[in-house]
Design a protein around this ligand. Structure first.
Ligand code: PEP
Length: 248
């Protein structure tokens, strides 16, 4: 049985005090314990949010990490620094990082390996552009991203990885993929993992959909067989909406 996982990606929003205010609002809602609820907050808010969620089931995530443990990488954050805070998850290869910060399939692969080494569960983002979908290349693009991300990843680690299928044209645009299209791609991704590893590994890995998910669209998405959760930007910044997504 795959435990559903709803992860909020706060992106570059919320100062420490804003973050604490949002977490306190979220804590006022009773969240379904059968769903894993994760908040991926800015680096500067991680420590304080960690303390604020101590007595809850909410898990903590970062939005990026460097693949090296330390060194001359000005402005970067090491997995050791994140582990010390006690994060559970880290988003890796979000399309905004690929688009604006030169993240590549190779750096995504290195970051997944370092996260796993430090017992941080990666949420690995893949997804096609509108141009690629209109050209009918979405499966080819996503397959390449998945296979490169999982290069030299040991089978024992695969179930600690979450894949987020996020069509770029649906992120922050208000356009959601239809639940059928989203499920079809999640099923396709699962088949790639089954073929690369074992049937059971593919059955057990959790695959989220992401792209303008809102309280009124979550139920239909979650009813689909191969969609195990959502990675959510905008709606995760509103406590009531985040709670509705978790309690879908
Ligand atoms: C995201 O940040 O991964 C995302 C899907 O954003 P939004 O829900 O705002 O489209």
């Amino acid at each position: 049985m795959r435990k559903p996982i709803i992860a909020g990606n706060w992106k570059m929003n919320n100062t420490i005090s804003d973050s604490l205010a949002l977490i306190e609002e979220i804590k006022k809602h009773k969240l379904n314990e059968n769903v894993e609820a994760v908040v991926c907050v800015p680096f500067t808010s991680l420590s304080e949010v960690k303390k604020a969620i101590e007595s809850t089931n909410i898990k903590l995530g970062a939005q990026n990490l460097h693949w090296e443990e330390n060194g001359a990488y000005t402005g970067e954050i090491s997995p050791l620094m994140l582990k010390e805070i006690g994060i559970d998850y880290c988003i890796i290869g979000h399309s905004e990082r690929r688009q604006y910060f030169n993240e590549t399939d190779e750096t995504v692969n290195k970051k997944i390996k370092t996260a796993l080494k430090h017992n941080i569960k990666p949420i690995v983002c893949v997804g096609e552009t509108l141009e690629e979908r209109e050209a009918g290349r979405e499966e080819e693009i996503v397959k390449e991203q998945v296979l490169k991300a999982f290069e030299d990843i040991d089978i024992k680690d695969v179930e600690n990885i979450v894949i987020a299928y996020e069509p770029i044209w649906a992120i922050g645009t208000g356009k959601t993929a239809s639940s059928e299209d989203a499920n079809q791609m999640c099923k396709f991704i699962r088949s790639i993992i089954k073929r690369k590893y074992e049937e059971k590994t593919g059955e057990n890995i959790r695959i989220q959909y992401g792209g303008s998910v809102k309280p009124n669209t979550i139920k239909e998405l979650m009813e689909k067989e191969d969609i195990d959760g959502a990675l959510v930007g905008g709606a995760s910044l509103i406590a009531e909406d985040f709670a509705k997504l978790v309690n879908h």
